[in-house]
Design a binder for this molecule. Structure first.
Ligand code: ATP
Length: 272
């Protein structure tokens, strides 16, 4: 499949060995589409994320990752198509669907006049959890994510990485079956990134499902069991990381599928 970004045929969805046949997948998107004026951001996208998988969703800037994940999680209404979480239609039965997922959205405003501790507590109470459990889990999350000292500080005064971590804590507090994380490692320092990876690894090992978007191919290759590559609003390929990288590394496969925009062009005026 060369020049996949320009084909109109559906993406090859490779078989998943681990996929049980009797239960619906953790996430299923069918014919999902969204247009912003002239711009077709997501173009009839089909995607299945198997239960218990660690799914990396990758693509170049402007490929449609955030738009897709927003439609999948009930944040942005699709023009057409369906999004199902564990077999539940996200747009027909939003309350039921949202109960089983935790979402770290990109660019969505947090209640940043709350302290970090208040924000995570609020997220737990909003999920109908009892105060005692919320307090215990909030303390655990703040400790594990290295935010104890900043617990009483307003989220408005957090750094970008701290904001990401507190938003992640808010997405996880109700121990959902599915975590949808848009760029969870962006702006996060390497130590915290390692902690978050550990948390997500054990969450997946215990039966949870993660779908995350990222630009860091190396991280996706090391962390994820499955990967999907999107460009121009279409899914180019989806399968296990092993299947998709096909003996090479994921970054080379990505570049091979997407093409090198601008190549290795030099700017003559930037030579000193
Ligand atoms: N609210 C909006 N109004 C107009 N155009 C939009 C809007 N949101 C997204 N787009 C356009 O839709 C396309 C897909 O954007 P999207 O944010 O989904 O891409 P992405 O893959 O998440 O990109 P990145 O990797 O840069 O975050 C882009 O061309 C973008 O300009």
């Amino acid at each position: 499949m060369t020049e996949l970004g320009r084909t109109t045929s559906p993406a090859p969805v490779l078989p998943h060995d681990s996929e049980p046949t009797d239960r619906p997948p953790a996430l299923r998107l069918s014919g999902l589409g969204k247009r912003f004026g002239e711009k077709l951001a997501v173009d009839g996208l089909d995607l299945e994320v198997p239960r218990g998988s660690f799914y990396g969703f990758v693509g170049p800037n402007g490929a449609g990752k955030t738009t897709t994940l927003s439609m999948a999680t009930g944040l942005l209404r699709p023009d057409h198509g369906r999004a199902e979480v564990g077999g539940v239609d996200v747009w027909a039965r939003p309350l039921q669907a949202k109960r089983s997922m935790g979402v770290l959205a990109d660019g969505v405003m947090l209640f940043n006049r709350l302290s970090g501790e208040q924000l995570v507590t609020y997220a737990g109470l909003l999920r109908g959890m009892d105060r005692e459990t919320v307090a215990e889990r909030t303390a655990d999350l703040l400790r594990v994510l290295g935010l104890i000292e900043a617990a009483g500080q307003l989220v408005a005064d957090y750094s970008a990485g701290m904001t990401k971590k507190i938003a992640l804590a808010s997405a996880m507090i109700h121990a959902p079956e599915l975590l949808v994380l848009d760029e969870p490692f962006e702006a996060v320092d390497p130590v915290s990134a390692r902690t978050i990876r550990g948390l997500l690894d054990s969450y997946v090992a215990s039966g949870g499902t993660v779908i995350l978007s990222s630009h860091v191919m190396d991280l996706v290759q090391r962390m994820c069991s499955h990967v999907g590559i999107i460009a121009e609003g279409r899914l180019l390929v989806s399968g296990t990381v092993e299947e998709v990288r096909d003996g090479g590394d994921l970054e080379s496969r990505f570049v091979e599928l997407i093409g090198l925009e601008g190549g290795h062009e030099e700017l003559s005026w930037l030579r000193l």
